[in-house]
Design a binder for this molecule. Structure first.
Ligand code: AHR
Length: 321
């Protein structure tokens, strides 16, 4: 986007959202997806901690994985006249109407951990997310390096259908392995980001692939599905991490436990602290009236067996997720 256009957009957004309560005593409504994964539970608890640190009154609505519940919650927050609304959007599309309602009520919206497809990106103030395409790419590149030219059939456990991380992590992984004709994704199905679905779908993959003997690697869009799949691999009489390589995303404590036991190989970290940068952006916006950048990117770090997974597990296990 041209510089002048950016300035214009920033000014428009600032004018559109001007006139909120002072930074102290802010009330923020957070439409959370649910509790499908360990990472999600961590994001909810970290959000509460970050709000408390800043004296912000945070109201969390659990949507139980349903967009319609999120839309209801957002309308409820608008009716209550909260100072800002945070949304972790379960899917990428279908937000324009409700976001227009929030905008008309002059309530700024900040997206957390997932992005949306919208007709106009001035319907939200900023998005605090990782680069989910990059996460998939890092996982794919790790696999290319690890199998070093050997033929490798990959099974993929996708996240929630229509969600931005599922779309992007798939795309990124395909980019990551594009240069390696020895690596092929042979099966790909959603496990909905849950441990139980990850296990169930992996059981099907194992049956369909010669009891798992034809599978070289599992790529899961999150650690919880990987942990469920690891259980399925063990029940099929194979060794996860050895007979079938396991690479996933999130870096939750349980995957480090699996890595320390040699049952998983790599994970790409996604910080559960999306709310902290969002509160800071909101406060700065209120204090100086300037719109934050449209994307506040969080870091993604690859962890492998070389990173002392036992030590990382010990450090992370007390963090409540
Ligand atoms: O949007 C982030 C993803 O949602 C996490 O990777 C996954 O665990 C969660 O359910």
């Amino acid at each position: 986007m041209a510089f002048t256009k950016r300035i214009l957009l920033a000014t428009t957004v600032a004018i559109a959202f001007a006139g909120y309560a002072n930074a102290a005593d802010l009330t923020v409504g957070f439409s959370q997806i649910g509790s499908e994964s360990g990472w999600r539970a961590a994001e909810t608890s970290v959000s509460k901690i970050e709000a408390e640190k800043r004296g912000i009154n945070l109201k969390i609505a659990d949507a139980q994985q349903k967009q319609e519940n999120q839309i209801k919650a957002i309308r409820g927050f608008v009716a209550q006249g909260v100072d800002a609304i945070f949304i972790a959007p379960v899917v990428a599309t279908g937000w324009d109407t409700v976001l227009t309602e929030a905008k008309e009520a002059k309530i700024p919206v900040i997206l957390l951990d997932r992005t949306i497809e919208t007709a106009s990106d001035d319907l939200y103030l900023t998005a605090v997310t990782s680069d989910t395409v990059h996460e998939g790419k890092v996982a794919g590149e790790w696999l290319v390096k690890t199998v070093a030219g050997k033929d490798c059939k990959v099974v993929e456990l996708q996240g929630t259908v229509g969600s931005s991380p599922a779309i992007n992590r798939k795309k990124g992984f395909e980019e990551g392995i594009a240069s390696a004709s020895n690596i092929k994704i042979t099966r790909s199905q959603t496990g909905d980001f849950t441990r139980s679905k990850g296990k169930e779908v992996m059981e099907g993959f194992l049956k369909a692939e010669n009891g798992g003997k034809d599978i070289c690697a599992l790529y899961a869009h999150n650690d919880d599905m990987a942990v469920g799949a690891i259980q399925a691999i063990k029940e099929a009489g194979l060794k996860p991490g050895k007979d079938i390589l396991v690479v996933s995303v999130d870096a939750v404590p349980d995957i480090f436990k699996a890595m320390s036991e040699g049952e998983a190989n790599a994970t790409v970290e996604l910080t559960p602290n999306m709310a902290g940068p969002a509160f800071d952006a909101l406060k700065a916006f209120k204090d100086d009236g300037k719109a934050p950048p449209k994307w506040i990117q969080t870091e993604s770090k690859l962890y492998t067996q070389a990173d002392d997974p036992k030590k990382v597990y010990e450090e992370k296990k007390g963090l409540g997720y």
